[in-house]
Design a protein around this ligand. Structure first.
Ligand code: IVH
Length: 669
C-alpha cells in the first residue's frame, strides 16, 4: 500500500510539473504520449484505490455534479476596476499626477501589461491548495466558480515551490484565444447550437456554466496579473517581483509584460503592443500601466473604485455592433455587381465606418446579411471594414433576404451570372454610366495614366453632365470646360487641365493597364508591353501569339483579343493616340535612357530654375513616379525654397533630400 501511495504521489507531482511546463511556461518537457501514459496510470491506480483520491489530484479537474446556481462569495479584499484613458495626453497627466503625489522629481518605473479582454477572477490558495475561485461580480461579491476554474489546465490545483503565504489570493483574467473561439463556434454551429458573438462572451459563457463538464470542453485560459488577500506572509518590493514570484509558484503571467521608465516608456510600450496586437493569439483592448514600487502604490492609494497607481490605456475597439440600413449593389468597371452593406455609422478600429463590402453574391448569402440586421463590424489595422457576422437573435421579424437584382440598378440592363462564377455582371457595357465612371476612375488612377486631381467626384460630374463619355473625351477638356463643374475654381480647373495634358507622356505598359482590359493587371500589362513592344503589334496578334507571352494563358489572351476586336474600343484607342498620348519605344533608346525608373519623387518648395510642371514632366519622362506625400517608399524629396512639412517628414523617415543641381545630375543633364 505504501508503494501505491508513493507511486500516486510521484505521478501527481510529475503531471502537475508537466502541466506547468506545458500551460504556464509553454515549454513541454515530455511528448504528449508520455503525459497521457502518466495520466492513464494515475487514473487506474485511483480507480483501484478510491481512498487515495484527493481534491488536488490532476484527475479531479472535472468534479462534482452540475449545480443549480452559483454560491455567492464575498471578496476578502474588494476587486477594483481601472480608470480608462484613450489619448496620449491622458497618460501624460496620469504620470504627472503620480509624480506630484509622490513628490518626486525623477521618473517613475511602471510595470506595463496587456489588458486582456476577458473576465477577472480571484483564486484563493490556502496552504498552497486551490480552495475557492470567484468571478469579480460587483467587486465586493462574486460567484463561486471554483469547479469551473479547476477545469483550466493553466490553473494549478496546488502551488509549486516554497515560500508562498499561507493564504494567497491570485487575481487574473480568464480568456479564450481567437483560434479556440473559432473552433468552438464552428463545433457549436455544426451541432446547430447557439454561437457566441466574440471571445469575451464565449469565455464568460463558459466560466458561468452550471455544469463543469461543459466548461472543461471549452478552450479557456488564464493569465495572472496581481494579488488580492494575503495572510501568513507579505509582499514588499516591486509589482514586477511579485509577478515573478507568482510565476515561480506556477501561476501563469503574460509574456508581453515589460518594465518601462517614465511617460516616454509608457507610450512606446503602447505603440509596441499596438503593433503586435493583430498577431497576438487573443484579444486585448488596451494596456495597463502600474507603478512598479509597492511602497509607492501604497502611498498613492485609491480613489473611489480605482487605484491611483494604475491606469488602462485603451485601444480603439476593433469590433463593434451596428445595424444595417440597407444592402445596395455597386457596379464596378467590368460590370461586376458588389453587394455593399450601408450601416448606421459606427466608430470602430479608430475610424467611423458606414459601409462594408460583402464581396459577392455567394458571400452575401453565406453571411445572410439583411436590411435591419444587427451585425458585428470589424476593422483591424488598415484592413477594409467587414461584416463579421449577423446576430440572428436580434433580426427583426420582417427582415427579408437580399436577392440579386435581375436588372442593373444603374442602367437597367440585364444582369448575368455565369454558372460556377461568384460574380454577377451588368451586361450594359459602355451604356452603363456606372461602368463608364469606374473605367474612367481606373484610367486616371495613379498606377495607370496618373492624372492628378481627377478624383471620383469630378469623374461622376463629368459623366453625369455628358461632358465625358469615354477616356478619349478627357483629352478634349480644357480649363474653361472644367471650370463649369460644381465647386471647381478657375485655378483648380487650369491645374487639372495641365495634369491631363501631362498624362499624355506615359509608357506603353501604363497605357495598356489604363485601358482596363478584363484580367489585365499591372504585371500583365508590363509583360504584354515588353513582349509586343508596340500597340500595333499587340492589336494585330491572335490568341496564340498573345499566349506566347510568359505566364499568359487562355483567359487573358481571350480577353485581350476580344477587347481589340470590339470596334468601340478601337475607336477610343484611335482617338486617344490622335489626342497625343505617347510613350517611348519599348526597348528603344528613349526607354533605355530612363535613369529614374522605379524611383518615386515628392516635390516641395520652389526650385531655382525649373517650374513645378517642368520638373514633374522630366521625372515622368525619365521613368520616375510622382507622389503627393512622403512615406517610407519615397526615393527622393526634391526640395526648393520655402519647403513645406514634407521636408520635415523626409528627415524623420530618413528619405534622401536633393536640390535642383543634384536632380539634374541624376537626369544626366
Ligand atoms: S489590474 C486594481 N491588470 O481590466 C487593479 N486588470 O478595467 C485591477 N484586466 O477587472 C485590475 N488585464 O478584468 C489589471 N493586466 C491587467 C488586466 C486587467 C485585464 C481587466 C480586469 C479588470 C479590468 C479593469
Amino acid at each position: 500500500m505504501t508503494s501505491v501511495r508513493e507511486r500516486v504521489r510521484v505521478l501527481r507531482e510529475a503531471i502537475a510539473r508537466h502541466d506547468y511546463r506545458y500551460y504556464v511556461l509553454n515549454d513541454p518537457e515530455v511528448p504528449d504520449a508520455e503525459y497521457d501514459r502518466l495520466a492513464a496510470e494515475l487514473r487506474a491506480l485511483e480507480a483501484a484505490h478510491p481512498e487515495l483520491v484527493t481534491a488536488d489530484s490532476p484527475t479531479q479537474r472535472v468534479s462534482g455534479e452540475p449545480s443549480r446556481e452559483f454560491r455567492e462569495v464575498e471578496h476578502r479584499v474588494p476587486m477594483l476596476s481601472l480608470d480608462n484613458a484613450f489619448a496620449d495626453e491622458d497618460i501624460v497627466n496620469f504620470d504627472r499626477r503620480v509624480r506630484e503625489r509622490l513628490e518626486i522629481d525623477g521618473e517613475v518605473d511602471y510595470n506595463c501589461e496587456p489588458k486582456l479582454d476577458g473576465l477577472a477572477v480571484g483564486l484563493v490558495y490556502e496552504d498552497g491548495e486551490l480552495r475557492v475561485g470567484a468571478t469579480r461580480g460587483d467587486g465586493l461579491r462574486g460567484e463561486d466558480v471554483t469547479a469551473n476554474l479547476r477545469t483550466l489546465k493553466s490553473v494549478p490545483l496546488r502551488l509549486q515551490g516554497k515560500g508562498y503565504p499561507r493564504l494567497l489570493e491570485a487575481r487574473g483574467e480568464v480568456f479564450m484565444t481567437l483560434k479556440g473561439f473559432e473552433r468552438m463556434n464552428a463545433e457549436l454551429e455544426a451541432r446547430g447550437e447557439k454561437t457566441f458573438v466574440n471571445p469575451r462572451n464565449a469565455a464568460a459563457g463558459a466560466l458561468r456554466q452550471l455544469d463543469p463538464r461543459i466548461t472543461a470542453t471549452r478552450p479557456l485560459e488564464i493569465y495572472f496579473y496581481g494579488i488580492g488577500a494575503v495572510e501568513g506572509g507579505s509582499f514588499a518590493g516591486r509589482h514586477s517581483e511579485l509577478l515573478a514570484m507568482l510565476r515561480g509558484w506556477g501561476l501563469r503571467t503574460s509574456p508581453e509584460i515589460r518594465l518601462e521608465r517614465g511617460v516616454a516608456g509608457l507610450l512606446s510600450y503602447y505603440r509596441l503592443i499596438g503593433e503586435r496586437r493583430p498577431s497576438l493569439p487573443y484579444q486585448i483592448d488596451g494596456v495597463v500601466y502600474k507603478v512598479d514600487s509597492l511602497t509607492q502604490q501604497r502611498d498613492l492609494g485609491f480613489v473611489a473604485r480605482a487605484p491611483r497607481w494604475a491606469i488602462a490605456h485603451k485601444f480603439p475597439a476593433e469590433e463593434e455592433m451596428t445595424t444595417v440600413r440597407s444592402v445596395e449593389w455597386q457596379v464596378g468597371r467590368t460590370g461586376a455587381l458588389t453587394p455593399v452593406a450601408r450601416l448606421e455609422p459606427v466608430f470602430v478600429g479608430g475610424v467611423t465606418v458606414s459601409n462594408a463590402t460583402l464581396h459577392n453574391v455567394d458571400e452575401l448569402h453565406r453571411k445572410d446579411v439583411r436590411a435591419g440586421d444587427s451585425v458585428i463590424i470589424r476593422r483591424a489595422g488598415d484592413v477594409i471594414p467587414e461584416v463579421v457576422r449577423v446576430i440572428v437573435e436580434r433580426r427583426p421579424p420582417d427582415a427579408s433576404p437580399v436577392v440579386l437584382p435581375a436588372k442593373c440598378p444603374v442602367c437597367g440592363s440585364d444582369v448575368r451570372r455565369i454558372e460556377g462564377e461568384a460574380v454577377a455582371r451588368c451586361t450594359g457595357g459602355l451604356v452603363c454610366p456606372a461602368q463608364r465612371k469606374e473605367s474612367l476612375k481606373h484610367f486616371a488612377s495613379r498606377r495607370a495614366m496618373d492624372i492628378e486631381g481627377l478624383g471620383d467626384k469630378i469623374i461622376d460630374q463629368l459623366v453625369d453632365s455628358g461632358l465625358v463619355h469615354d477616356a478619349a473625351d478627357l483629352y478634349g477638356l480644357d480649363a474653361a470646360k472644367l471650370a463649369t463643374l460644381e465647386r471647381m475654381g478657375e485655378k483648380s480647373a487650369s491645374k487639372l487641365a495641365a495634369a491631363i495634358e501631362m498624362s499624355k507622356q506615359t509608357t506603353l505598359a501604363r497605357f495598356l493597364f489604363a485601358l482596363g482590359i478584363p484580367n489585365v493587371g499591372e504585371a500583365t500589362a508590363i509583360a504584354l508591353a515588353s513582349h509586343f513592344r508596340s500597340l500595333e503589334a499587340l492589336q494585330g496578334a491572335d490568341a496564340d501569339r498573345v499566349e506566347e507571352v510568359p505566364d499568359i494563358g487562355p483567359v487573358v489572351s481571350t480577353a485581350v483579343v476580344e477587347f481589340f476586336a470590339e470596334s468601340k474600343n478601337v475607336d477610343v484607342l484611335r482617338r486617344l493616340v490622335a489626342a497625343g498620348i505617347q510613350w517611348p519605344v519599348v526597348g528603344g533608346a528613349d526607354e533605355v535612357n530612363q535613369p529614374l525608373l522605379g524611383k518615386t519623387f515628392v516635390l516641395t518648395g520652389t526650385l531655382p530654375n525649373l517650374s513645378r510642371t517642368d520638373a514633374e514632366a522630366r521625372i515622368r519622362r525619365a521613368g520616375g513616379k510622382l507622389s503627393g506625400s512622403v512615406s517610407k517608399k519615397t526615393s527622393y524629396v526634391l526640395a526648393g525654397e520655402n519647403p513645406g512639412s514634407k521636408l520635415e517628414k523626409a528627415r524623420e523617415l530618413n528619405v534622401p533630400i536633393i536640390d535642383e543641381v543634384e536632380f539634374k545630375a541624376m537626369l544626366r543633364e
